[in-house]
Design a protein around this ligand. Structure first.
Ligand SMILES: *[C@@H]1O[C@H](CO)[C@@H](O)[C@H](O)[C@H]1NC(C)=O
Ligand SMILES: *[C@@H]1O[C@H](CO)[C@@H](O)[C@H](O)[C@H]1NC(C)=O
Ligand SMILES: *[C@@H]1O[C@H](CO)[C@@H](O)[C@H](O)[C@H]1NC(C)=O
Ligand SMILES: *[C@@H]1O[C@H](CO)[C@@H](O)[C@H](O)[C@H]1NC(C)=O
Ligand SMILES: *[C@@H]1O[C@H](CO)[C@@H](O)[C@H](O)[C@H]1NC(C)=O
Length: 516
């Protein structure tokens, strides 16, 4: 029998001390990976022969060795002491007669990237892909991992398939990796200057219901599955998210919703926030409390494009955009604490060779997400990540003055704003006739729109903005923030008063009552 010390030493040079696969790590622990840094504690788990004792040691800047744990039902797990950002480390799991090890492991922030085809959209397909891929060499401390596509009727403890093992970024290893996930990661790295691990779990044309547990769906009355194939309720949650629950993560980003423009559109305002809540409580519990119960969750508000599905109705993209914010227009909001949103409706790409539903400007999407993450996830004070939102709407001299919560850049437009007149069969709804309300003037933080279309009274029952499948040309909506980079998100006040809830901190009390 080989001693642990000899085995460990030898392990530095070879993949040694043949454990005959009896002792191994779970599928998503690998060479070059990123484990969650302090203050959280990384959880490491794997498989071994029943009843054996396993210890895990870390060789690197801050070495440590865990107390032995016993293999129970074929599995073992350890929770490491907190490790500050850095590396590289070797992570070794040792049984009495053998050692398995992972090399070049870094500690940093682990972000999970989920969603449908726009999250899967590969880096080699973006605008200026060659330049983007050449940048990979500058980010050796951003690491990427991709889950294989798999569905399951039961919640799985580990992945059935790994599409891409943990990799150091190169043109080759990133070209088929998610563009949004990669660019978000490299932008975060440039800001944090510590390692970033990116775990991608995506599948094209999938609805939110398949990424949600039965618990989450039940909250929205979605117990019965009406969908075909890979869109069955909970199938991808079971096979592509549930396996990660034990891993400690920093946060998640999400790009999905297109498939819900023709399936369960009306309930997305329930199903999406419920999925976020459920992921949060499940990851928290699964990691033994290491992943924060309110981990930051960023998402992309739907871009634009032609939805090639017969079930699609006009303006359903606008409805999903609204429902993505739990019908508040903005994120974070009282229903969705610690979330952040990248508005993307001004990034259409009708000429995209991958169809207009897959716009190629993923850099702007990732950049807007990174601003939200810096503010919401990392608490950076001076990061401006929210586009302008109405604070007050007043009626004056045959027009409405929309006062924004910040200084605006305005491009006069006949389109953009629409009004619903009180003489329609009230109350105003999506089905009501909506009339254009052209911009007729503006000040530094307000916009004046004409209500002339409401002929009889000039009174207005409701107003909405950017309520179309494709409301703007490329980076050319009517309203942006002062610096011109963040578009005002869509809003409607048919059912909800216009209010914005900006600072998550100030809301804590209010939110606790609502969300938990
Ligand atoms: C880790 O293993 C212990 C037994 O050693 C078990 O009680 C616990 O549930 C496991 N934790 C996880 C997150 O699997
Ligand atoms: C692509 O590169 C060109 C030239 O460097 C630049 O002008 C353009 O803005 C880039 N496009 C995108 C979407 O990044
Ligand atoms: C969701 O939106 C529908 C209309 O599409 C509305 O009837 C329902 O009350 C909203 N539900 C929630 C939870 O906001
Ligand atoms: C109200 O609008 C009318 C017609 O557009 C204009 O002649 C008048 O000066 C406006 N009054 C005020 C107070 O702005
Ligand atoms: C929507 O805005 C209009 C114009 O300010 C206002 O008259 C109406 O009361 C608002 N409706 C709701 C439901 O807040």
């Amino acid at each position: 029998m080989i001693s642990i010390r000899y085995c460990a030493l030898f392990a530095l040079f070879a993949s040694l001390c043949n454990c005959d696969e009896k002792l191994r790590f779970a599928s998503y622990y690998g060479h070059h990976m990123v484990l969650q840094k302090s203050p959280e504690r990384a959880v490491v788990w794997g498989y071994g022969p029943e009843g054996e004792q396993v210890i895990v040691s870390l060789l690197g800047p801050f070495p440590q060795t865990t107390p032995p744990v016993t293999v129970t039902q074929g599995k073992w797990n350890v929770t490491l002491d907190p490790v500050e950002a850095g590396g590289p480390y070797s992570v070794m799991a040792t049984m009495n007669h053998c050692t398995v090890q992972l090399t070049d492991v870094l500690f940093g922030d682990v972000w999970l990237c989920g969603g449908q085809s726009n999250m899967c959209f590969q880096t080699k397909m973006v605008f200026n892909a060659t330049d983007e891929l050449q940048l990979t060499a500058q980010y050796p401390r951003v690491r990427v991992f991709m889950t294989g596509k798999h569905q399951s009727e039961q919640e799985m403890d580990d992945l059935a398939e790994v599409q891409q093992k943990w990799s150091v970024p190169t043109t080759e290893s990133v070209k088929e990796f998610s563009a949004v996930c990669w660019m978000f990661g490299r932008l975060m790295y440039a800001n944090l200057n510590h390692p970033v691990g990116l775990v991608l779990s995506c599948w094209g044309a999938t609805v939110v219901e398949t990424w949600s547990s039965t618990r989450a769906l039940h909250q929205c009355g979605l117990d019965h599955d009406m969908l075909g194939t890979e869109n069955r309720n909970s199938r991808l949650w079971n096979a592509m998210i549930h396996p990660f629950l034990k891993m400690t993560i920093k946060g998640a980003i999400w790009y999905q919703g297109e498939a819900n423009t023709y399936v369960n559109t009306e309930t997305y305002n329930c199903s999406f926030p419920a999925m976020i809540d459920d992921w949060r409580s499940s990851f928290h519990e699964g990691s033994g409390g290491q992943t924060a119960l309110d981990f930051p969750f960023g998402f992309v508000q739907l871009a634009t494009g032609t939805i090639p599905n017969p079930g699609y109705r006009m303006n359903n993209e606008a409805i999903i955009r609204w429902h993505q914010t739990a019908d508040t227009g903005s994120a974070p909001n009282p229903r969705m604490d610690k979330t952040f949103m990248a508005v993307a409706m001004d990034l259409p790409d009708d000429m995209s060779p991958y169809s207009s539903i897959h716009p190629r400007d993923k850099y702007t999407v990732a950049y807007r997400l990174s601003l939200g993450a810096r503010s919401v996830a990392y608490g950076e004070k001076d990061v401006h990540f929210l586009g302008p939102y109405p604070q007050e709407i007043t009626s004056i001299n045959h027009s409405l003055i929309i006062t924004y919560d910040q200084v605006v850049t305005v491009a006069a437009s006949e389109e953009g704003f629409e009004i619903c007149c009180p003489d329609v069969k009230a109350p105003c709804s999506l089905e009501s006739p909506w009339e254009p309300a052209p911009i007729v003037g503006w000040s530094s933080n307000s916009v004046q729109v004409s209500t002339a279309a409401c002929l009889s009274t000039h009174e207005v029952a409701a107003i909405r903005y950017a309520w179309k499948d494709q409301p703007c040309n490329y980076k050319a909506c009517s309203i942006y923030c002062a610096a011109g980079s963040l578009p005002a998100p869509p809003f409607t006040n048919t059912t909800f008063a216009i209010t914005r809830f900006i600072v998550a901190q100030e809301l804590k009390k209010e939110v606790e009552g609502l969300v938990l």
